[in-house]
Design a protein. Structure first.
Length: 156
């Protein structure tokens, strides 16, 4: 009888722990990617340096989000801990961390919203109601002044 393959054992361990199908699919993807990145070397032959190199590659060259890098990291940790029975607590992995993306809110002035609505020839009242449903108009008071600043934050 054939010896079970590493990734088949990985799937069995994931199922034994009753992880979701999406977690199984994701962990399988990241473990395959890790092995392929290192030219199909067996993970038993690799360690801390290879894990750091792969995670750094994801952050620097693939420009993945921090949550994606964490997902890959957790998949690899699962592979080492649960499948290979390797204690990774001593690895002290110091990979380059993916950068959090800055989100810039879209803020339109009342004039910009009005101009946008007026320039659309196909705009109807129900379109306007739908637009207003998805926009929040904030009335902000400027410090030390008597006039109000009105802005419209778009959430579409």
């Amino acid at each position: 009888m054939e010896k079970p393959k590493l990734l088949d054992i990985l799937v069995d361990k994931i199922r034994l722990k009753h992880y979701s199908k999406s977690t199984e699919k994701t962990y399988l993807y990241w473990c395959k990617s890790y092995i392929l990145y290192h030219n199909k070397r067996h993970p038993k032959e690799m360690g801390r340096d290879e894990i750091e190199a792969f995670l750094t590659h994801l952050a620097v060259e693939k420009n993945v989000a921090p949550s994606t890098q964490n997902q890959a990291f957790n998949a690899i940790l699962f592979l080492y801990r649960e499948v290979l029975n390797v204690d990774v607590s001593s690895f002290n992995i110091q990979a380059f961390r993916a950068k959090e993306r800055t989100r810039i809110p879209v803020i339109l002035s009342i004039e910009e919203v009005t101009l946008n609505v007026k320039t659309r020839s196909d705009f109807r009242n129900k379109d306007l109601n739908l637009l207003l449903k998805y926009q929040l108009i904030d009335i902000l008071k400027e410090p030390n002044s008597d006039h109000e600043i009105r802005s419209c934050k778009t959430f579409i």
